[in-house]
Design a binder for this molecule. Sequence first.
Ligand code: ZN
Length: 331
Amino acid sequence: MTYQELIGRIIALQDEGLELFNAGKSVLGKNILVAHVGDYSGVQILIQGGIHAREYISSLLMIEQARNLFLNDLVHNGGIYFIFLTNPDGAEIVLDGIDSVNCDITRQYLTLANAGSTDFSQYKANINLVDLNTNFNADWGGGSQNVFCPATEDFVGFYPESEREVQSLINFTLKTKPLLTISYHSKGNVIYYGFENQTAEDIERDQAIGESLSELTGYPLIFTENSTGGYKDWCINSLKIPAYTIEVGDNSLQHPIGEENLPEIYERNKDVPLLALEKAKEYAKSIDFTSSLMQNMKYENNSISNAKSHTARINRFNKGRNSYWCGDSKR
Ligand SMILES: [Zn+2]
């Protein structure tokens, strides 16, 4: 699979009627594409994937989830945002190789960090050699695997939220106010929940929802330890909402997990978005959904009133996407 093919699959959702817009931009200026399924009123949840460059299997999974929910009209009284590929610059390097990088110095810098190898199939970081899922401001730099120098994985960045993809995801989350988030990663067939300093009450809440997701997928539920700076961690720590990391694909598989494994992964995860939305709705009933939590999130606008203009923009962008995506690159 090439990068263009992956993006083409996301874009093709629009031809089937899904609304696509941008969650923000990558360091290199690529659009971070989002689809929304269901209603804009009521409880929203957010699912994101592809934050680690080599984990595009999560994007392929989410494309199928969104398509299934939309075409079968399964989401009502609430909605689901799908951010398919949070790290498009990194995914392009994995899928198309280091020659896809249109800058001699950047290519040399990345190759140096990759121990001189031109095999970037195991790459996880963004174009700045930052591991985006360690760059969020949630006990930033406190993880057991964190490194503090640019690297193909585990570099936390020079300061929290330094990366444009992370800023984009945070801004989009604050704007859309999901009551639950799921981050799809690979691999391991497990679900992680919880974060340090959570209250006992919140841990109990997150465990109960997590157990439902575990029962549905067959993936064991594990409390997160020694991991900080992730999107899930930030959602729990800053927004106090239930948030999960789901690692798809058996541990015996090699990165990057190929599309041939998608049917099995999809089968186990097909109904995760709907179940998560139902659980978020139950949670909403137990809190003062319209006031306290929303104020905590400190954001003025509770709706995506400009969704249509986003769509118009992306339509324009699609027309010129060949020149946009390829730019004046060497390919
Ligand atoms: Zn990952």
